[in-house]
Design a protein around this ligand. Structure first.
Ligand SMILES: Nc1ncnc2c1ncn2[C@@H]1O[C@H](COP(=O)(O)OP(=O)(O)OP(=O)(O)O)[C@@H](O)[C@H]1O
Length: 332
């Protein structure tokens, strides 16, 4: 059974002259306890996709989806109130800036206590024990001291650990971590990722790790979704993506990373795609990567659909192993 199945999720924002699409018919699946990496350049729609799943889009945004099935229930069939309560009981999100989850006016103790109480954490003494346990779980050495502190008294890394503890207080089946380490010191980044992966594996909860840093995903994820300009370009098991990426965009991302061993010949230049991600209101005709794609051919002026490739995954590219391609719907 899947923990999360999202089919054709689109997000747009409303302007006086109409709707501007930001996320285009994205479909993803996560198994129970699976770690899914979502990678793509800044502005590709990763955060909007996550916020839409969580029901946290601003009122200026509109979302549509055939379904968003979270732990067996379709969120699209629920009222706004029922959906909010259900999502709060099943999923949690942490953001790039831990301050987004923490209130500077309240101590860590009172914020953790409120979250634990909201999720039925028992009497005051039990809640305090739970808060201490949670801080211990996220690797905080003196939880008793940290409980008495305020966010401004803690480092960025410590605040992110506290934000993770707050998310865990909800006992989520699904944790979405949206660029959880971008704002942190390089030395702390890997500690936080290791912590998230360790907790996810230990609790058999799903983890969606959103990042623009492919290197972070290579060792920590089961599957990877590659997003470009609001569309899912490729979605496959991590080992498949690392060993034989099918989409030119994925290949370009991998070829730009020195750490990914054999792919990079020592002394040679790292690859970088020319140009930038297109403005969402100036999309090219056909494949959205087209003008930047080193492999583009005449047929790429036609819009590619996401298609399944046998023993691999899904790819949105006319040029990907055409002989073994089936329509994506057949793989549902
Ligand atoms: N409040 C908003 N109003 C209008 N457009 C927005 C808003 N927030 C984001 N966008 C646009 O939506 C698109 C997707 O943004 P999103 O934040 O989801 O990208 P991202 O891939 O998560 O990028 P990053 O890695 O920088 O967080 C971008 O074109 C962005 O300019």
């Amino acid at each position: 059974m899947h923990l999360l199945r999202v089919e054709n999720l689109s997000v747009s924002y409303l302007t006086e002259s109409g709707e501007v699409p930001i996320v285009d018919r994205m479909s993803i699946k996560m198994g129970m306890g699976e770690i899914l990496g979502v990678v793509g350049e800044s502005g590709s729609g990763k955060s909007m996709m996550a916020l839409a799943i969580m029901g946290l889009l601003s009122p200026k945004m509109r979302m549509r989806a055939d379904y968003i099935n979270l732990d067996g229930e379709d969120l699209m069939k629920m009222s706004v109130e029922d959906r909010a309560a259900y999502v709060a009981s099943k999923a949690a999100i942490i953001f790039q800036e831990p301050q987004a989850s923490l209130n500077p006016c309240f101590s860590i103790a009172s914020q953790l206590d409120e979250t634990i109480a909201f999720h039925g954490g028992g009497g005051r003494a039990d809640r305090k024990t739970k808060a201490l346990e949670l801080l211990d779980d996220v690797g905080i050495n003196r939880p008793d001291l940290v409980l008495k502190m305020y966010p401004h008294q803690l480092s960025g890394g410590m605040n992110q650990r506290v934000a993770i503890a707050m998310a865990l207080a909800c006992e989520p089946r699904l944790l979405i971590a949206d660029e959880p380490t971008t704002a942190l010191d390089v030395t702390i980044q890997s500690q936080i990722i290791e912590l998230l992966v360790k907790l996810s594996r230990a609790q058999q909860s799903g983890l969606m790790l959103i990042t623009h840093d492919f290197a972070l995903l290579s060792e920590n994820t089961d599957r990877i979704g590659v997003v470009y300009s609001g569309q899912l370009m490729e979605h496959a098991a991590t080992e498949n993506i690392l060993s034989s990426p099918h989409h030119p965009y994925t290949k370009a991302l991998l070829d730009s990373i020195p750490q990914l061993g054999d792919r990079h010949v020592k002394g040679s230049r790292l690859f970088a795609l020319d140009g930038n991600i297109p403005a969402i209101d100036q999309l090219p005709v056909g494949c959205r990567l087209g003008p930047r794609c080193p492999k583009a051919e005449r047929q790429c002026v036609n819009t590619p659909e996401l298609r399944s490739i046998e023993n691999y995954g899904k790819v949105r590219c006319h040029l990907a192993s055409v002989s073994s391609v089936n329509k994506a719907e057949a793989d549902s």
